[in-house]
Write a protein that binds this ligand. Structure first.
Ligand SMILES: Nc1ncnc2c1ncn2[C@@H]1O[C@H](COP(=O)(O)OP(=O)(O)O)[C@@H](O)[C@H]1O
Ligand SMILES: [Mg+2]
Length: 274
């Protein structure tokens, strides 16, 4: 789905923000990008989504070179981007106009636009505020995602989409992203909230503009010390089970949701398998 080859990005200021990045993201994969502030995550998201052009190397999305002006519309229909601050993404005050705007830019007809808006508002649960002006940050982020989804992309790049939301808003967006991935969307999810990596298939650690490590979800629990050595925090439920393991209580967990882990602990205490 996405091929990144020898990518370098240098800002006009001379800041060398991305260095020698090589990465392939498969169709349907959920890749979390983590790293400290200033490590290059937003630059990565901007370059991968084609908003910024590589200084060296190339990014291909379904074979489309993001540098190609000719294929720009095709690229926008294939891959969307959701930013940290929904207010930077929402152009119009009214939700409907905002979703329509992106579609109009991609030459959709009015009939198609109306149909898409109806479908997408249902999927995103935003029917109640489709005609309103005043939205909470969380609602705005849903609208931003809806505007991108309306184009029916195969992939969405999220750049810390929950950073500005309250706890309920954060949970909502996390659930939406997980559902989108389950429905087949390719997800590139930039975060510095370690608990948000749990639904990802693979975690890519960026440090100082380079890829420092790639860890598959199944390997994460066995790489806790390595993660810590990168200065990364560990998802709380993993840390808990890791600490229990060091105390000789080895609980086998397949899925890292609170519910699943609780079931496994319960089964351990009761002396049976789940
Ligand atoms: N527009 C810009 N001009 C120059 N340097 C920038 C610009 N945006 C970001 N940087 C620098 O590039 C590096 C990576 O930034 P960024 O990609 O925003 O990191 P992150 O999203 O991981 O916090 C930082 O050192 C940052 O100061
Ligand atoms: Mg950033």
């Amino acid at each position: 789905m996405i091929n990144i080859e020898n990518l370098e990005y240098i800002y006009p200021s001379g800041k060398h923000a991305l260095k020698n990045i090589n990465l392939t993201i498969q169709k349907g994969e959920f890749v979390a990008i983590v790293g400290r502030n200033g490590s290059g995550k937003s630059t990565f998201a901007g370059v991968v989504s084609g908003l910024m052009k590589p200084t060296k190397g190339a990014v291909f999305v379904n074979g489309i070179n993001t540098k190609s002006k000719k294929n720009f519309i095709e690229l926008r229909k294939t891959l969307g981007m959701v930013f940290q601050n929904p207010e930077n993404q929402i152009v119009f005050e009214k939700v409907k106009d905002d979703i329509a705007f992106g579609l109009r830019n991609l030459n959709f007809t009015d009939t198609e636009i109306d149909k898409r808006i109806e479908e997408i508002s249902k999927t995103m649960g935003i029917e109640d505020f489709i005609d309103s002006f005043e939205l909470s940050m969380g609602q705005k982020q849903r609208v931003a995602i809806a505007s991108v989804l309306a184009m029916n992309p195969q992939c969405i790049v999220f750049d810390e989409p929950t950073a500005m939301l309250d706890p309920k808003g954060k949970k909502d967006i996390q659930n939406i992203v997980t559902d989108l991935h389950k429905s087949g969307l390719t997800v590139v999810y930039v975060t510095n909230v370690i608990d948000e990596v749990l639904p990802a298939d693979r975690i890519v650690v960026i440090e100082n503009g380079s890829i420092k490590a790639e860890i598959k979800k199944q390997e994460l629990f066995d790489n806790i010390e390595k993660m810590k050595s990168f200065g990364l925090e560990i998802p709380m439920i993993m840390d808990l089970l890791h600490t229990l393991k060091q105390k000789g209580i080895d609980i086998f967990v397949k899925k890292w949701s609170v519910d699943d882990v609780a079931d496994n602990i319960y089964a351990y205490i009761k002396g049976s398998d789940v």
